[in-house]
Design a protein around this ligand. Structure first.
Ligand code: BGC
Length: 415
């Protein structure tokens, strides 16, 4: 005798069956701008192709501060997602707390030690085992410019901070906003980081902002950094407070502003707007930083799961992330370069080529430094102290001396 299934029962079974077989991944991220969403969509699609369901856990907010706050409360209540966008030293902290699950078998089977640069793979491991998978390498020290605005203003794109002040003034005098900026702490810190690197160089950057050496921090160089940083206040518009970074990028896209200092996720926005690198927009290293590279690696860390199917799905996701195809398409959309070594360069644009070349050359000269504004260099407490100090200074008329004193006190308290 044939069993008769009602339409509803059949539909329910069909809806449940695939996910019950392949598992699902709930993924926390903060990729909500046009370019970011397009990038993460590709991961969703690839996983769907492998039968893994995606439960989106997006927490808006550039730089990821809100996402990290939400992640902490979910984890504390015993309900962490399957994977979360966690970066740099934070991965160690989550490992230390016992939340992360090893994906070392996937890494071994797919030769991650050989296909990743050491500066990246080291960060992905906790106690020698992979617990996270890197999706990309972002360069943070970039200046984005609208060449048409520069042409109309009779200005040239600056490569030193001294020249920046001269050219920005010309752009401003021609009736444009010189520097598109969003007044949020992490964006203030992103510009501050570019000034630190451009004014002080990589050795100073490392000593003062990675090792947090108090003598290096309390120095004439730091005073010079704050002097330069303070001069930028005059070049942003009065509507900048609270503005999202991608809206600042769109001011450059639309020709309302001349420049933005931002990591190369900005390129994802230019791309979505149909603009081409080198002609419609220009990327140059942030002033004074052409031989250096502040790196920011996005990665997904994997949380312990009680459901065996979801653990399997987690491993499918880990494997997918390091696949050639994913690294290529994701990074073409995201503006970053692949974390995976030895990828073909041809489809990437001139900004990506610059980034690839600078990554290699700066790692040979000591100019490759971790981004403190993007959680790659120091603990959360110290990076919070730095960005609070940068914001406090940038949004006041404090003198450079006050800026130094405040920064030194904040870092000393956070240590
Ligand atoms: C992340 C990028 C992201 C940017 C803006 C950075 O910290 O590394 O992936 O696009 O924040 O949200």
């Amino acid at each position: 005798m044939k069993t008769k299934l009602t339409g509803l029962a059949l539909a329910t079974m069909m809806a449940i069956a695939p996910s019950a077989q392949a598992g699902e991944v709930e993924v926390l991220h903060w990729w909500t701008s046009g370019g970011e969403a397009k990038s993460v969509d590709f991961l969703k699609q690839q996983l769907a192709g492998s039968g893994v369901d995606w439960v989106d856990f997006a927490v808006a907010g550039g730089g990821g501060e809100s996402a990290m706050t939400v992640l902490k409360s979910r984890a504390i209540s015993g309900n962490p997602p399957t994977a979360a966008q966690i970066k740099g030293p934070d991965i160690q902290d989550w490992g230390e707390l016992g939340f992360l699950s090893s994906i070392d078998d996937v890494a071994k089977a797919n030769n991650w030690d050989e296909i990743l640069p050491e500066v990246v793979s080291d960060v992905m491991k906790y106690k020698g085992e992979y617990v996270a998978a890197p999706v990309n390498v972002h360069r943070v020290n970039w200046l984005w410019a609208n060449p048409e605005v520069f042409r109309k203003a009779g200005a040239t794109i600056p490569t030193t901070w001294d020249d920046f002040m001269v050219q920005a003034k010309k752009v401003q005098d021609a009736g444009y906003i010189a520097l598109a900026h969003g007044g949020q702490a992490w964006q203030d810190a992103t510009i501050f980081e570019a000034v630190v690197l451009g004014v002080g160089g990589a050795d100073y950057y490392n000593k003062a902002f990675v090792q947090t050496d108090m003598d290096a921090l309390n120095s004439a160089t730091t005073k010079e950094v704050f002097e330069t940083f303070g001069k930028l206040r005059q070049f942003i518009d009065i509507n900048s407070p609270g503005r999202d970074w991608n809206l600042a990028t769109s001011m450059v896209i639309k020709g309302e502003a001349g420049m933005q200092i931002m990591g190369d996720w900005a390129k994802g926005e230019f791309k979505v707007a149909g603009m081409n690198a080198g002609t419609d927009y220009v990327c140059v290293a942030a002033p004074g930083t052409s031989g250096a590279y502040t790196f920011n690696v996005d990665s997904f860390a994997f949380f312990n799961q009680s459901d065996a199917e979801n653990t399997k799905a987690q491993k499918v996701m880990a494997k997918e992330i390091l696949s050639n195809d994913f690294q290529r398409v994701f990074n073409l959309n995201k503006g970053s370069i692949p974390a995976r070594l030895g990828m073909a360069r041809t489809e990437f644009d001139s900004c990506a080529h610059d980034s690839m070349d600078a990554f290699v050359s700066s790692s040979a000269t000591g100019g490759l430094v971790p981004s403190f504004a993007h959680g790659m260099a120091v603990s959360g407490a110290i990076s919070g102290a730095i960005s609070d100090s940068a914001t406090q200074f940038f949004n006041s008329d404090d003198t450079a001396d006050q800026g130094v004193a405040q920064l030194v006190a904040a870092i000393a308290a956070a240590k």
